[in-house]
Ligand binder design. Structure first.
Ligand SMILES: CC(C)(COP(=O)(O)OP(=O)(O)OC[C@H]1O[C@@H](n2cnc3c(N)ncnc32)[C@H](O)[C@@H]1OP(=O)(O)O)[C@@H](O)C(=O)NCCC(=O)NCCS
Length: 148
């Protein structure tokens, strides 16, 4: 059966579904985001004033995946850069091309809106790299991250 899939901006009515997926994403990374941060993040994802935005994948009327993204300025380019911060597909819906469609959606959106670049990080051993390598090879930068 062909999957009927729509990728679109998140809407207020998606909150319950998004929160369920967000909890799964947190479990995947064995982390927990405090409730007030989750609430603030959801609010910003919906706000046109925020640099954060969310695209959701809807299959047969159910929201089954998302990208949470940050659009920001850069010193090396004039047009905005998009950081794909979080990508998640519900385990029951994996392996049907939804993750691929969510990345493709950002490429299409960014091409249309004249973003200069789309980028993301992942763990070295994340099997999702098989999917990422379809789009672009990873570069040789490493990440330094300091909690303040
Ligand atoms: C990564 C993720 C979003 C992929 O979603 P998905 O809808 O299953 O991806 P797709 O069906 O579009 O996969 C496309 C291809 O990549 C491969 N692939 C994707 N994720 C994979 C994984 N975790 N393990 C093995 N292969 C994977 C698939 O084999 C598939 O190849 P195929 O079409 O030749 O069979 C999903 O596995 C997920 O949410 N993982 C947990 C969270 C995560 O890792 N997020 C990314 C953090 S940077």
């Amino acid at each position: 059966m062909t999957l009927s899939l729509t990728i679109r901006d998140a809407q207020p009515a998606d909150e319950t579904a998004w929160r369920g997926l967000w909890a799964g994403y947190n479990r995947f990374y064995e982390s927990s985001v405090p409730e007030d941060v989750t609430t603030f993040t959801w609010k910003r994802l919906l706000s046109p004033e925020s640099a954060l935005f969310c695209r959701v994948a809807e299959a047969s009327g159910q929201v089954v995946g998302f990208t949470n993204n940050v659009l920001h300025e850069g010193t090396w380019v004039k047009d905005p850069l998009c950081y794909l911060e979080d990508l998640f597909v519900d385990p029951a819906s994996r392996g049907q091309g939804i993750g691929r469609a969510l990345i493709r959606d950002l490429i299409d959106l960014g091409t249309k809106c004249h973003w200069s670049r789309l980028y993301w990080h992942t763990r070295n051993d994340n099997p999702a790299r098989r999917l990422y390598d379809e789009f672009i090879k990873a570069d040789d930068f490493v990440r330094y991250r300091m909690s303040l």
